[in-house]
Design a protein around this ligand. Structure first.
Ligand SMILES: [Zn+2]
Length: 333
């Protein structure tokens, strides 16, 4: 089976400058590019994005768009203005605090995401990439902290909880509340996949690889969504996973099993940021471990070792060359 190989791209919005990066992406063996498409892009750069997307396709790249940091409820190293303009969209923490992240249940946030998807389709995207949907993630230094500090108890969530569970939302994170939160994220994802399919595009979802009450832990609930096409995760090994092949291999096997059972394509994200000088060979190990587990769709975050942003790798050129060599090796194997 043919490999689908991608890389994410962000930052530059000057189409005639982006073109040379797109050529480098094609030469690295990529078949697709994941363009970040933030709130700022939607508001100010849609015209540039239309050109960048057309240029990507002219080079033979499939185009994915990512709601990068939108409402902060998806992954992304960027800001959200949405949650500053309309404070009612914000998640409310268990201690009553307003949090800088949009509530996945809020109808106005869901409307915004519909508009985002419609614009993405109009600009020419092939795949919409629903990346790491989550509630506010708190550090959980102790069992007590994990049940006393959580979100969201905004009026929308409280009403939904009452409707579904037949009682008031508790103050502490019970097993029922945890399940409710997970089902809310599944519901949002299902709705986004349905919308994407209705627009004639494909959907990809990336699930965070760690257990948390603020993410989806039962991946089967996402794999089961009929309108989902590509199911993935991002087993980034830094800073806590020294055995890269084992860590990536486990995540890849889990995705492969679910994808096969539910007729989806399985995808694994490869760490290409925050890589210290000298650790570049671990990229090859990760790519090979995912491929050995039967994954045929791989993507790296991000282009050129992310060397132009704070989370960049120490030797971004080396990271990029290592990824390209690993990709080309897969294609020729
Ligand atoms: Zn809420």
């Amino acid at each position: 089976m043919k490999f689908q190989l991608g890389v994410s791209y962000y930052g530059n919005r000057i189409p005639w400058r982006v073109r040379e990066d797109l050529e480098a992406i094609r030469q690295a063996g990529c078949t697709y590019v994941v363009h970040t498409f933030s709130e700022q892009d939607l508001e100010f750069y849609a015209g540039a994005m239309r050109q960048i997307i057309a240029d990507s396709k002219a080079l033979g790249l499939e185009v994915w768009l990512d709601p990068w940091g939108v409402g902060q409820a998806f992954g992304g190293e960027t800001y959200s203005q949405l949650i500053a303009k309309d404070l009612t969209l914000r998640q409310i923490g268990s201690q009553g605090q307003s949090l800088p992240i949009a509530c996945p249940n809020h109808p106005a946030f869901r409307d915004y995401l519909d508009r985002w998807a419609e614009t993405a389709a109009d600009l020419g995207a092939d795949v919409l990439f629903w990346d790491e949907p989550h509630f506010s993630i708190f550090p959980e230094p102790s069992a007590e902290a994990a049940v006393s500090l959580w979100a969201c108890r905004c009026p929308v969530c409280q009403e939904l909880y009452h409707e579904r569970m037949g009682g008031p939302m508790p103050d502490r994170l019970t097993a029922e509340l945890r399940a409710f939160k997970e089902d809310c994220l599944v519901d949002l994802t299902r709705r986004l996949c349905e919308k994407t399919r209705a627009l004639g595009l494909k959907s990809a979802v990336c699930l965070l690889p760690f257990e948390s009450s603020s993410t989806v832990n039962d991946w089967e609930k996402i794999a089961r969504i009929p309108e989902l096409d590509i199911l993935g995760t991002d087993p980034y090994w830094r800073p806590r996973q020294p055995d890269v092949a084992a860590f990536v291999g486990r995540a890849a096997a889990r995705i492969r099993g679910l994808a096969d059972r539910h007729g989806k394509a399985g995808q694994i994200w490869i760490l290409n940021f925050n890589i210290p000088k000298g650790e570049e060979p671990k990229i090859t190990e990760a790519v090979e471990a995912a491929a050995a587990a039967g994954i045929r769709n791989l993507a790296a975050w991000s282009y050129y070792g992310a060397g132009y942003i704070k989370i960049g790798s120490e030797d971004p050129r080396k990271v990029w060359e290592t990824l390209g060599a690993a990709y080309r090796n897969l294609i020729s194997a």
